[in-house]
Design a protein around this ligand. Structure first.
Ligand code: APR
Length: 182
């Protein structure tokens, strides 16, 4: 576990399963249709139960789902977390189709939604670095820089923001980026 205090918020990097996190909100790596899927999406729907899918369906019917780089919120169903913030990262196409900014936007939109809802603790997975094939080191730099900038601009806004990384290798990458400065 690595942790650093940024403007009064504790930023933590740890290896684990996002569905196990005891925070107010966990962030889902969703798709634009909010259909559910594998990876993080599959784990959250499996652990959270049908209420989450039902709320996703309503959002799909009411506003068409969630565009890439934006975020929507549902309850956490049976999860320890009260809320799930569903965000959609970009699919990696080589880096010349605005992927970096869309990934930053996914993190920023999730943080902004948490702020608007008065959520005090949240956990991110490593968005876009699984099925969407975004290179992990590049994603880590974007993720950490975006979260750091948001926390610096909003002192004490959260008690804790976690990155919950699914493997030691990915944790090592994020830790290296954090230690090198980003
Ligand atoms: N907890 C934490 N991290 C996890 C978990 C989990 N339970 N399961 C997978 N991961 C990690 C992956 O190892 C990867 O590093 O989360 C990161 C994101 O991987 P994906 O879940 O595949 O998400 P993403 O790359 O953003 O692709 C999203 O996949 O599941 C579908 O419906 C989803 O279409 C969407 C796409």
């Amino acid at each position: 576990m690595t942790e650093v205090n940024i403007a009064g918020t504790l930023l933590k990097l740890l290896q684990g399963d996002i569905v196990e996190q005891e925070v107010e909100a966990i962030v889902n790596a969703a798709n634009t249709g909010l259909w559910g899927g594998s990876g993080v999406d599959g784990a959250i729907h499996r652990a959270g139960g049908p209420a989450i899918a039902a709320e996703c369906r309503r959002i799909r019917e009411e506003q068409g789902g969630c565009p890439v780089g934006q975020a929507v919120i549902t309850s956490g169903g049976f999860l320890k977390a009260r809320y799930v913030i569903h965000t959609v990262g970009p699919i990696w196409h080589g880096g010349r189709k605005g992927e970096d900014e869309l990934l930053a936007s996914a993190y920023r939109s999730s943080l902004q939604l948490a702020k608007e809802r008065g959520i005090k603790s949240l956990a991110f997975p490593s968005i876009s670095t699984g099925a969407y094939r975004f290179p992990v080191g590049r994603a880590a730099r974007i993720a950490l820089a975006t979260v750091k900038d948001f926390l610096a601009a909003n002192p004490g806004i959260f008690t804790e923001v976690r990155f919950v990384l699914f493997s030691q290798e990915i944790l090592n990458t994020y830790t290296r980026v954090l230690e090198e400065g980003f």
